[in-house]
Ligand binder design. Structure first.
Ligand code: GLV
Length: 313
């Protein structure tokens, strides 16, 4: 197979470094050029323009620059070629850091101490062992499992929920619709790392938050979402915080991004906001993986980390 050209189609992300690194091995065409170009065999994308990929007659594979691929499926004429998601140690490490940082901050009362410091209050609330807190991770893929194993090593009790059962040593796992309520009932800190699909959209709603365990040393349940904003209902989270269903939340993702200035989440005293920054896609780490995969395909080898189109992730 000959060495195909790459179309780089990124929305809202500067293509400079991606282009430079891909150009080390391949000819790169930058969107909006390249539509219908028969010499293009790969596309590297983030929120590509609809109908762009279907115009490429010789497309062999599409590479997402992010771990999530929902942005690719938003295209109504997506051609039937393999879609490859990013799986990289560096991205997994970033996500693990974010999850562990937020879990520890809620566990060690970061919010309370920050407000006490502002008021110069010298007061030590009771401490409780990590083992008394159970962290429930929704989504037990590469990212969820990596975070789970570090949380286990810190002594937390860890639960996991996924679409189909994914056993993991030391983790109490639950699966599917039938497992959801038992999972929530056993969870104090809910960590959301699910892919966004038609099945998971809006899954983090008031009814679900209501099921979280509240009788714990934390003084309430906590939500951490580092998956996708449209998994959650922002208004339901506000309602849950206001009536005490939730004690605190750390949100990296939102229904609308950037989070509108008018959103009450920005200034809510119980919410910690980051701008979809939990795990940044770093081209220095990710481009070599993509280039390796393109070369492997041309040698007749199989692509890795191909998305299951029916499942949508
Ligand atoms: C970021 O949101 C990603 O999908 O990697």
């Amino acid at each position: 197979m000959e060495k195909g050209r790459v179309l780089l189609a990124l929305t809202g992300i500067h293509p400079g470094r991606w282009r430079e690194l891909l150009s080390g091995e391949r000819e790169v065409v930058l969107e909006p050029d390249g539509a219908s170009d028969p010499s293009i065999t790969y596309a590297v994308v983030w929120k590509q323009r609809p109908n762009l990929l279907s115009s490429l007659p010789n497309l062999r594979a599409v590479f997402s620059i992010g771990a999530g691929v929902d942005h690719i499926f938003a295209d109504p004429t997506l051609p039937d070629v393999p879609i490859v998601k990013v799986v990289a140690d560096n991205l997994t490490q970033y996500m693990t850091e974010y999850v562990v940082w937020r879990v520890l901050d809620h566990h060690r009362q970061g919010l309370l101490y920050r407000s006490q410091q502002q008021k110069k209050i010298w007061h030590e609330p009771p401490q409780r062992p990590a083992g008394d807190i159970s962290v429930g991770i929704m989504g037990l893929g590469t990212l969820g499992r990596a975070a789970a194993s570090v949380l286990l090593s810190l002594g937390f009790a860890v639960n996991g929920w996924s679409r189909s059962d994914k056993p993991m040593k030391g983790v109490s796992t639950y699966a599917g619709e039938a497992g959801l309520i038992p999972f929530l009932n056993a969870t104090d800190i809910l960590v959301v790392l699910l892919p966004l699909t038609p099945q998971t959209q809006g899954i983090i709603n008031y009814g679900v938050l209501k099921e979280l365990r509240k009788r714990n040393g934390l003084g309430g349940s906590v939500l951490i979402n580092a998956g996708r904003g449209r998994l959650q209902k922002d208004a339901d989270i506000l309602r849950a915080l206001e009536d005490g269903t939730l004690k605190e939340a750390s949100l990296d993702v939102f229904e609308v991004e950037p989070l509108p200035k008018t959103s009450r989440l920005w200034s809510h005293p119980k919410v910690f906001v980051t701008p979809h920054a939990a795990a940044t896609s770093d081209p220095v780490h990710l481009v070599p993986i993509m280039l390796r995969q393109m070369a492997a395909l041309e040698r007749g080898e199989k692509l890795e980390n191909v998305v299951d189109r029916k499942a949508g992730y």
